[in-house]
Design a protein around this ligand. Sequence first.
Ligand code: F6R
Length: 588
Amino acid sequence: MCGIVGYVGYEKATPILLESTKKLEYRGYDSVGMSTIDNGIKILKGAGRIDDVHNRLNFHSLSGNVGISHTRWATHGGVTDHNAHPHTDCNDRIAVVHNGIIENYSELRKELIGKGHKFKSDTDTEIISHLIEDFMNNDKNLREAVIEASKRLQGLFAFLVIKDDDEKIISCKNKCPLVLGMGKTGNFVASDVVSFLNHTNKAVFLDDNEIAEITKDGYQIYDIHGNPINKEINYIDWNPEEAQKSGYEHFMLKEINEQVETIQKAISHDKKTIQKVADMINDAYGIFFVACGTSYHACLSAGYIFSSITKKHVNVFLASEFPNFSHFLTKNTLMIAVSQSGETADVLEAVRVAKEKGVKVISLVNVMGSSLMRMSDFSLVLNAGPEICVLATKSFTSQLALIYLLAYTCAGRYEEGKDKLKEVAEKVKNVLSPENVKKINKLAKKLKNKNDIYLIGRGLSYSTTLEGALKLKEVSYIHAEGLAGGELKHGTLALIEDGMPCIAIAPNNGMKKDILSNAMEIKSRGGYIIGIANEDNEIFDYSIIIPEVEMHPILMIIPIQLLAYYLAVERGCDPDKPRNLAKSVTVK
Ligand code: F6R
């Protein structure tokens, strides 16, 4: 995780870096730091969120047109001022910011200490600055030293380096994202295009083991042997406006409200493109969906959706567990990797394992140019626009919409699927009606002091309960648990006591009767039943009524997203940046 950004240009670096680093704060917010070249290397850094540290230290007091910046999600070394990036060499002539983990840092640290290097932090990152210094002491120039240092590093990393007497930034990538941005008044290198989208939409994505040098007038990319290479420029069609709050108090609320449009955008691919993926699915022998977190819950839904619409069996695995099952893979297997960021380390690892066995990989991904997209044989973009809030909301419903469309297309019913999805997108407006929002806000006030919330559902609604529980706990810090209704009496019922809130997801379908019976089992033990359903029922103590559609998981999750949001607000939690989390999970 962590966000890194560098700028070299004709303007003062710090205002640009501050704005760009804030755009990356979703990647981690334990500490922040900045370094510029201004008669030597100058650094300001500290533990805390960007605005707080800036108020304390004033990053604008750093001059210079070349700078690098970092927002941290701590791995090695506690959340302290001295562990904040950038990190320097012994003589403070080199500064480094880094995203990732150096796995062999302890042996390299011993080796460097043995050679007389003095360390100032507990981080793995500081190894990089001392290694570069070491190679420079042996007559390498900065770029050559970065190349040699990168050959000694094991693990996942993307890092940026500046040196006191060189008006350039050298960057290096291995398994963590890095992208160059070519602006009118200077050039960028960053973890994500959103950080420089206000300045340019011209981007070049680096691949593993590539080194890039940017100056104020240009850039050059090199392979690990130092040979120059040419790469294609991508024009990013995200609108910088999409990465703003646009009048909403939080990105989470904005992104929940965007779902009428984002569902439509997810299914805007032409028929030929969707048919191509559907043919790959139909031709495959063994289909494996892999993902993490919310994206995994979309995959769990895919299991039910493919079963009911195409009568096709698909395997669904947590990406982190997938390598245990790699012996099932053959050349006819198809992997469908689902990820908002396209940078989740466990997903990328699962794809690597699959590719080694000759498996074809399709990805459903939101971030254009992401590592997953570039590793896949074919990608379908979610088109949800930047998702800035750490919690996944709109990307989840986009994933579901695309999965439904694929299942319908596999069954030879593309048009029918698309029409139904358009209708669902329209109905999102009803779910987000002021009346519903008011009701959900009122419910949040009622539940704000509870310690636990249970969610029950059957069939497809079971995956909705898992996603709902994840939303509730990660942003409100209330313990929440999603359960298949049938599983209740196999243990969890023991936890139900007077006043315990339980959300029953009860769409009008063949399983409604059974889920209502399960809700009754809870109610008769004192539970407080919140129904999310297509019509009210006497069992419900509180109800949120949602329009009836076949693709109910897309609509049923939205009131829970809203409930999670309002619970966070009621409890004084930051909805966009929950504690201990980061959006792009680029470590295993
Ligand atoms: C939850 C959430 C995470 C992500 C997970 C996978 O709100 O955001 O659980 O879903 O880290 O991320 P992606 O989809 O980027 O691979």
